[in-house]
Ligand binder design. Structure first.
Ligand code: SF4
Ligand code: SF4
Length: 189
């Protein structure tokens, strides 16, 4: 695959900003590609994890902040677990997300910040994720109520989504954790 890098002159290179934010050293990556082979969304993205790192090493600039993996990454940390150099690529993605949002360059499909907020709100309210409420609210807020509705009965039937709210979690303990987070991050607005 041909990698196109448009080097841009910026005060501090993107790779160094990412390394600082993610607390990783990307110079240690020797492109073994174990991260990309294990990534569950690699085949759905323009640039899998190892390629993102290579582009950063080669001096990629703000164009990298528009790459789709930033928003399709599931934060599963498989890449981190597989990396022989213990490079936390999930943290790299978090850093790229935050830089993209700061610079107003985020081009995600859908509305990931809203999705993230609704997800955290259900965890805060129920002590764990409540998919049905989260997805229903997301669809109402984004006006996509009908999208994927045909899949809903099969998901219920196969037990992929529960109708009732989750029980069993220590809600008060989880809420205390949220209340101790700086600015109660993610659940506001
Ligand atoms: S954390 Fe993201 S990039 Fe890493 S394996 Fe999971 S989905 Fe892929
Ligand atoms: S697994 Fe680690 S060393 Fe290998 S390509 Fe991915 S980040 Fe680089």
């Amino acid at each position: 695959m041909t990698i196109i890098v448009k080097k841009q002159r910026v005060a501090e290179s993107l790779i160094r900003i990412v390394e600082k934010k993610a607390e990783v050293s990307l110079d240690r990556c020797y492109q073994c590609k174990k991260c990309s082979v294990g990534c569950p969304v690699a085949d759905r993205t323009e640039s899998p994890p190892s390629e993102i790192i290579r582009r950063l090493q080669l001096g990629a600039g703000e164009e990298l902040l528009k790459t789709d993996l930033i928003w399709t990454c599931l934060s599963c940390e498989t890449c981190y677990a597989r990396c022989p150099n213990e490079i936390n690529f999930a943290a790299v993605i978090d850093a790229l997300r935050s830089i993209a949002l700061e610079k107003g360059l985020a081009k995600p499909k859908g509305n990931p910040p809203l999705f993230n907020r609704l997800f955290l709100n259900t965890v805060k309210a129920f002590g764990r994720a409540y998919d049905l409420q989260m997805i229903a609210l997301y669809k109402i807020r984004t006006g996509n109520i009908r999208q994927d509705m045909a899949k809903f009965p099969a998901m219920i039937k196969k037990g992929k989504m529960a109708l009732l709210s989750p029980s069993g979690a220590d809600r008060r303990k989880v809420r205390r954790i949220f209340n101790h987070l700086p600015e109660n991050k993610g659940t506001t607005k």
